[in-house]
Design a protein around this ligand. Structure first.
Ligand SMILES: [Fe+2]
Ligand SMILES: [Fe+2]
Length: 292
């Protein structure tokens, strides 16, 4: 078993990857639990844990356009492993979080809970399968990648960092903040030129998108590729980079987000009972082995 904190402490401020997601829930509480928007923002800033802030400091100061290009070069040849989707789910589960094992569900359970909630609402099978696999890119951690290059809100690089991104002040230490070409809202990109042409900060979303891109409809791929892009799907801070097709796809990204954020339950899914259904679903979309 590999622990997510096997990295030096200064590279791994979070107790576990789930701490980022718990923090997202503070920032974007379920609508029923919502307080006044102003208060919510103030409280969030005051209450964010030191570990989460440190995580964002690392993420925002180190995710540069150069860094993203290098990671793509390194990982997108997809020559690290060959394995099927279910095998990848089991592999991801070997990533053990150090927090209380009674309260923290293994990764596979978050995936199945997300998929089950989507299935319960009678969505199409490609939507269910997107829920089932959406976090598999977190296996980057098992390849030795630091937390700040696996999880966290994603955002475009090569253009101005939006004030709507959580803790925007940490971008002052990002070397890209000193590059004049990158300081306009569209930076090196064309206005409404489409997100396919835009480099987004590197992490589990982008990586998984490339692993599965041949096998799923565009709507499912958008959910996978942009599910951590809160600055757009929640804050609409980068709409000037989206083309019409992206706008259409983001209605699906927004439809997906509540299933990701609000389906964590302490009632553990009955995995042995559900496994046959999900193996069949996986077989409908994917070959027996994929390149990772
Ligand atoms: Fe995720
Ligand atoms: Fe997730």
């Amino acid at each position: 078993m590999i622990s997510s904190s096997s990295q030096p402490d200064d590279e791994a401020p979070l107790n576990d990857l789930g701490e980022w997601e718990e923090d997202l829930l503070q920032r974007y509480p379920e609508p029923s639990a919502k307080v006044k928007k102003q208060d919510e923002f103030r409280d969030y800033r005051a209450e964010a844990r030191a570990s989460v802030k440190e995580f964002y400091r690392l993420n925002h100061s180190r995710q540069t356009l150069d860094f993203v290009r290098k990671k793509k070069e390194d990982f997108l040849s997809l020559d690290r492993r060959r394995m099927g989707i279910w095998e990848a789910m089991e592999f991801l589960n070997t990533l053990v979080d150090d927090s209380d094992p009674d309260t923290d569900l293994p990764q596979i359970e978050h995936l199945v809970q997300t998929a089950e909630a989507i299935r319960h609402d009678d969505h199409p099978r490609w939507f269910i399968v997107a829920g089932l696999i959406h976090d598999l890119g977190k296996i980057l951690c098992l390849f030795g990648e630091p937390q700040w290059a696996v999880v966290g809100d994603t955002f475009p690089v090569g253009c101005a960092f939006s004030e709507k991104i959580v803790f925007p002040e940490f971008f002052a230490d990002n070397p890209d903040s000193k590059i004049p070409e990158y300081q306009s809202p569209s930076g090196i990109y064309e206005e409404h030129g489409g997100l396919d042409n835009v480099h987004i900060s590197w992490g589990h979303d982008e990586y998984l998108y490339h692993v599965v891109r041949e096998y799923l409809p565009d709507e499912a791929l958008a959910m996978i590729r942009y599910h951590s892009f809160y600055a757009e799907h929640r804050e609409n801070a980068y709409s000037h980079l989206l083309n019409e097709r992206d706008q259409e796809m983001f209605t699906w990204v927004r439809a997906f987000n509540p299933y990701d954020l609000y389906t964590k339950s302490d009632i553990r899914p009955d995995l042995p009972a559900l496994e046959p259904y999900y193996r069949e679903l996986i077989a409908e979309f994917f070959p027996d082995t994929l390149r990772w």
